[in-house]
Design a protein around this ligand. Structure first.
Ligand code: HEC
Length: 96
């Protein structure tokens, strides 16, 4: 009987290990910043986040998304990073 319990514990442990490693269960492996540098620099130089306002980034990312084939989660992560460091946010920070 004891070996069944041991086997179950081992199985649960393995399952957790696999779940954490799998993007579907765990968090997205890369942050927005890393994704941006990985995915958006292949066709042109990386634009600085502060080159555009948050609104401009939203438009650009939709356009770029259609040609670069990112999934929804990746797009949102990149957009979040860009917005956080965009022109309007940076100048807001400086004013305060
Ligand atoms: C498949 C190649 C490719 C990838 C990948 C790509 N871009 Fe571009 N990008 C282009 C091309 C080509 C242009 C210029 C022509 C155009 O606007 O379609 C451009 C232009 C831009 C511009 C300038 C727009 C303007 O009006 O000045 C921005 C900003 C931009 N890309 C952001 C991004 C971001 C952010 C990503 C990542 C999500 C990305 N790009 C990924 C090909 C790419």
């Amino acid at each position: 009987m004891k070996w069944i319990i041991k086997f179950c514990i081992l199985f649960v442990f393995l399952f957790i290990l696999i779940a954490v490693e799998t993007p579907v269960f765990g968090a997205e492996k890369y942050s927005g910043e890393v994704l941006y540098k990985k995915k958006c620099g292949s066709c042109h130089e990386l634009y600085k986040p502060e080159s555009f306002t948050a609104g401009e980034w939203t438009k650009h990312i939709q356009h770029m998304n259609s040609i670069s084939g990112l999934n929804k989660k990746q797009t949102l992560l990149i957009l979040e990073y860009l917005k956080e460091n965009s022109k309007d946010r940076i100048s807001n920070k400086k004013e305060k």
